[in-house]
Design a protein around this ligand. Structure first.
Ligand code: AMP
Ligand code: MN
Ligand code: MN
Length: 334
């Protein structure tokens, strides 16, 4: 548990489990521009809640899983992905759950806390930058993925992990740890992964589908972005302009993985990708080596993340965003 969590809002998994066990109608969300951990944790949670025994007062439990943006094609193999909603159905609800999101804004405009009446908002997350925006917040910053938190919740609920749940949750672990290569890959991560494999999830298949598969247009975009690479001190960075994206064939989420890739250069202590959006805003992805904290920078710019992987969206144009952010990155990279 994150010890900095305000005591009155920090909840135990046992408390959260007792709310969810009694809830007939649950509405759950994950963050916008969802990655494998967001979608995997949301779907995994859905599969786990469906395994709970029926309530004496009702025939079935109703579980609505909402993400403001649809999953990327490389995540469409996940069991249940076809039932994800991009808009919230009408209430009332007994409990609201947010997974893998460090603040309410990250859930997009589909998340409307004013509409939920007395239903408690439950936050399940692992970001060090989490703002504890729920009534019941469980934020385990040592967890490598929110999927780990969902596995721990399943145990607190004494709910079985079916093959469907295991595939979704192992996808969260695989994508957030880059297939068990990040510095937060602990023996606990490996134990959970083994358990999910025993429940029927195939790690090599998930890695091939959810992590390694990259459309040709995305590879073409990398070529253009790599050609614009700059090393300033020990900060290695580049940009993705709208023109580059169009020239590459407009890949969806084409930058994904690029900031990590730059960190392969031993010269780099921190990396950044500045991406120009059609709105004029600039989305920034940060990666760093242990000892250089990019979560702090992202949080100070209105974003969030983890010490070694973070992001934010700030006003453009690109040159202004770079002039504002690169000095911060230089200072952190020492
Ligand atoms: P990305 O570079 O998009 O892969 O994101 C790296 C990490 O930072 C992930 O854990 C994201 O959830 C987090 N992150 C990225 N962008 C934002 C944002 N605008 N607000 C909060 N967290 C973010
Ligand atoms: Mn995520
Ligand atoms: Mn995550």
């Amino acid at each position: 548990m994150n010890t900095s969590l305000p005591a009155e809002r920090a909840a135990s998994l046992a408390e959260i489990a007792s709310v969810l066990r009694r809830a007939q109608r649950v509405l759950a969300f994950c963050h916008i521009s969802p990655d494998g951990d967001a979608i995997g944790s949301l779907l995994g949670l859905g599969w786990i809640l469906r395994e709970l025994p029926p309530l004496p007062t009702a025939e079935t439990r109703q579980i609505a899983l909402v993400c403001a943006d649809p999953p990327l094609p490389q995540l469409s193999f996940l069991p249940g992905a076809e039932h994800l909603l991009t808009a919230s159905p009408a209430g009332p609800w007994d409990a609201i759950v947010a997974v893998d999101a460090s603040d309410a804004k990250r859930l997009g405009s589909v998340f409307r806390p004013d509409d939920y009446g007395a239903a408690p908002i439950i936050v399940l997350d692992h970001h060090v930058t989490n703002l504890h925006f729920g009534a019941l917040n469980y934020v385990d910053t040592r967890a490598a993925a929110t999927a780990q938190v969902v596995v721990d919740l399943a145990d607190a609920l004494e709910a079985p992990i079916t093959r469907e749940a295991a595939v979704c949750l192992l996808t969260g672990l695989v994508t957030d740890t880059l297939s068990f290569r990040t510095s937060n890959t602990t023996p606990e991560v490996m134990r959970t992964a083994a358990r999910l494999m025993e429940a029927g999830a195939n790690v090599s298949e998930i890695t091939a589908l959810a992590l390694n598969r990259r459309p040709l247009a995305a590879i073409r975009l990398w070529a253009l972005a790599l050609a614009a690479l700059q090393l300033d001190g020990n900060v290695l960075w580049t940009q993705v302009t709208l023109a580059m994206r169009e020239a590459a064939g407009s890949p969806q989420d084409g930058e994904s993985g690029l900031a990590e890739y730059l960190l392969n250069a031993p010269e780099a202590r921190a990396t950044a990708i500045f991406s120009e959006k059609t709105t004029g805003a600039v989305e920034i992805s940060f990666r760093s080596r242990p000892g250089c904290d990019v979560a702090r920078i992202a949080l100070s710019l209105g974003g969030g993340g983890h010490p070694q992987a973070a992001g934010c969206t700030i006003p453009g144009p690109l040159a202004d965003a770079q002039a504002r952010v690169l000095p911060l990155l230089h200072r952190a990279a020492g």
